[in-house]
Design a protein. Structure first.
Length: 262
C-alpha cells in the first residue's frame, strides 16, 4: 500500500510541477489552515488527486506528510474512513444532537452526541432492545479531531505506535469524528468496552438486530486484517438501513464493500 501511495505521490508531483512541491513544503510547517471550496474542505498542503481518482474513491487529495487520503464527502451517511482515509482536519458535523437514550457519561459532554439521523435511529434501536429485555447504555459517540489527537498521542506514549495503532485511531481517521458511531455497553460487562460484551445477551442481540436500525458492527471478529482494527463488538456505525442490511446479509465490512482493504 505504501508503494502505491508513494507511486501516486510521485505521479502527482510530476503532473503538478515544482510550484506544487514548494507550496507543500511551506504548508508542512505552517498551520493547517482550511478553506472552503464548494461544499468540501480542502486543507492547505493537501495534494489534490486527478478527477478520475476523485470520482472513484471520494478522495479530495492526499496529505504528503502522513500519506493519508483525505475524503471529500465527510457529510455523507456512507462516508468511509479507516487507517488510510481521514476526514478533513477542520471537519465537524453541523447536525449533532443528543439521542434520548441511557448514557454512561455525564450531561453536556460531546460523547453523548450523534448526527441527527443516527441519533433517531439509535433511539429506535434502544427502544426495541428495551422491549425485548435488553438494557443497553450509550458510552461514547461524537469525538472531535482535537480530542482524538489527545487520545492517540497518549496511547502512543504509553504503548508505542505499533501497539497503539491496533486499537487507537490517528486523528481524523476515527469514525467517532463523523458523528455516525456510538460505542455501547451494558451492566453485564460493567459498562466496559470489552470483547466479552460479545458473549452477553446485549452483544448477541446487537449482532442480530443492529442492521434493522441502520447500524453495523464496524470491526467484526476475524476481519482485523481487513479493517486494521481488533474485534470491537461495542462499536456501532450508522450507515442507513439499506447499506447496513446489505453488509449484514453478505457478511461484508466497509473495506470489502468499497473494494479497498487496509
Ligand atoms: Zn468506537
Amino acid at each position: 500500500m505504501k508503494l502505491l501511495i508513494t507511486t501516486t505521490l510521485i505521479t502527482l508531483v510530476f503532473l503538478n510541477g515544482c510550484q506544487q512541491i514548494q507550496q507543500d513544503d511551506t504548508a508542512k510547517h505552517a498551520d493547517m489552515v482550511s478553506q472552503k471550496r464548494g461544499s468540501v474542505l480542502i486543507e492547505k498542503g493537501i495534494v489534490e488527486l486527478s478527477d478520475e481518482q476523485d470520482h472513484d474513491k471520494n478522495v479530495a487529495g492526499i496529505d504528503p506528510e502522513t500519506e493519508l487520503y483525505v475524503v471529500d464527502n465527510p457529510d455523507s451517511i456512507e462516508v468511509y474512513v479507516n487507517k488510510q482515509r481521514r476526514l478533513p482536519e477542520g471537519y465537524e458535523p453541523d447536525d449533532l444532537v443528543e439521542p434520548d437514550v441511557e448514557h454512561l457519561s455525564q450531561q453536556g459532554v460531546n460523547r453523548r452526541l450523534l448526527r441527527q439521523e443516527a441519533a433517531e435511529a439509535l433511539e429506535l434501536l434502544f427502544e426495541q432492545a428495551d422491549e425485548q429485555g435488553i438494557d443497553l447504555v450509550a458510552v461514547s459517540g461524537y469525538r472531535s479531531y482535537e480530542r482524538q489527537k489527545t487520545i492517540y498521542q497518549s496511547n502512543v506514549a504509553n504503548k508505542g505506535q505499533e501497539e497503539a495503532d491496533r486499537f487507537s485511531a490517528q486523528p481524523g481517521t476515527s469514525e467517532h469524528q463523523t458523528g455516525l458511531a456510538m460505542d455501547v455497553s451494558a451492566a453485564s460487562v460493567s459498562f466496559l468496552l470489552d470483547q466479552a460484551f460479545d458473549q452477553t445477551d446485549e452483544g448477541s442481540w446487537l449482532v442480530e438486530h443492529a442492521h434493522q436500525f441502520g447500524f453495523v458492527i464496524r470491526y467484526p471478529e476475524g476481519k482485523t486484517d481487513i479493517t486494521g482494527y481488533e474485534f470491537e463488538p461495542w462499536h456501532l456505525r450508522y450507515l442507513g438501513e439499506e447499506l447496513a442490511t446489505h453488509l449484514y446479509e453478505e457478511d461484508l465490512t466497509l473495506e470489502e464493500y468499497f473494494g479497498y482493504h487496509y
